[in-house]
Ligand binder design. Structure first.
Ligand SMILES: [Zn+2]
Length: 272
């Protein structure tokens, strides 16, 4: 091994789990430890239902009222190496050496994105056991928004939840959760740049993404899958957790993520 392994980040996330297996992996001259660990399932009798909305502006809006923003771009070094590499003769020694360097830098960025995604997924699955979200077409977004999606790996969040959430309820992606008022279920064609949902029928004013998460819960709790869980009615009411310090407890998710609470009026109180 070239470098002494000094610290392993993220171990505190699994210190309450049963460790099962660890594998040392070498990729592009970097070393990784892949750890398999088990945790007990959460108690399904409690109020641990969450929905979230994925977005371009705010990457995740949770029905708890928490909003997460992040974007992990290519490093300047990676861009610089890419530029130099494009001028080298393909197959030459210099080209090959630079290519190795580029792969290494590329891996670093990729690891930061994967790590951030894993930490968010860990936060969701360790605090909520019923997770509802819309099965958005991330590949469709990628065509429209390109790099802005690539830098967040939000597509990977749903994929990871498929394996890690106790119960994941995926809603049909054409349910108009953005257009619908979460209070009176009236609909209007909200434009992409309108950040605040304003219902002309009942007067609801809400952050647009937050309004969507409440609709996710509305539709999610109507599904056959949810009904089979037999969650007591008293646990089906959802309020923002802003007074609940536990929402942010353990939320040292990642230095790349900024977390804030959404307010009904759509303005944000930045916490971190
Ligand atoms: Zn309304």
């Amino acid at each position: 091994m070239h470098n002494v392994l000094r610290t392993v980040n993220g171990l505190d996330n699994i210190n309450t789990f049963d460790l099962s297996n660890a594998v040392l992996i070498k990729r592009n001259n970097n070393y990784y430890i892949n750890i398999t660990a088990y945790k007990n399932k959460l108690n399904t009798e409690t109020n641990q239902i969450l929905s979230f909305d994925l977005g371009i502006k705010n990457q995740l809006t949770l029905s708890s009222g928490l909003q997460l923003k992040y974007s992990i771009e290519k490093t300047k070094k990676e861009k610089r190496i890419q530029r130099i590499l494009s001028k080298k003769v393909k197959g030459s020694n210099n080209y090959r050496k630079l290519k190795v360097k580029l792969n290494k830098e590329h891996d670093k960025t990729k690891n930061r994105r994967t790590d951030t995604r894993n930490k968010i997924v860990h936060y969701l699955t360790s605090n909520y056991n019923i997770i509802i979200t819309q099965n958005d077409s991330i590949s469709g977004w990628q065509r429209i928004f390109g790099k802005r999606i690539e830098s967040t790996d939000i597509g990977g969040i749903i994929e990871a939840l498929k394996h890690k959430a106790s119960t994941l309820i995926l809603l049909y992606r054409f349910i108009p959760t953005t257009k619908e008022c979460s209070k009176c279920h009236n609909k209007y064609d909200i434009k992409l740049n309108e950040r605040i949902y304003k219902c002309s029928k009942c007067g609801l004013i809400s952050d647009r993404d937050y309004n969507s998460t409440l609709n996710d819960i509305y539709y999610g709790t109507k599904t056959h899958k949810f009904k089979k869980l037999k969650v007591p009615v008293e646990y089906r009411e959802f309020k923002p957790d802003r007074d609940n310090a536990s929402t942010l407890k353990g939320f040292n998710v990642s230095p790349y993520v900024s977390a804030s609470f959404v307010s009904e009026t759509g303005s944000l109180n930045v916490l971190t």
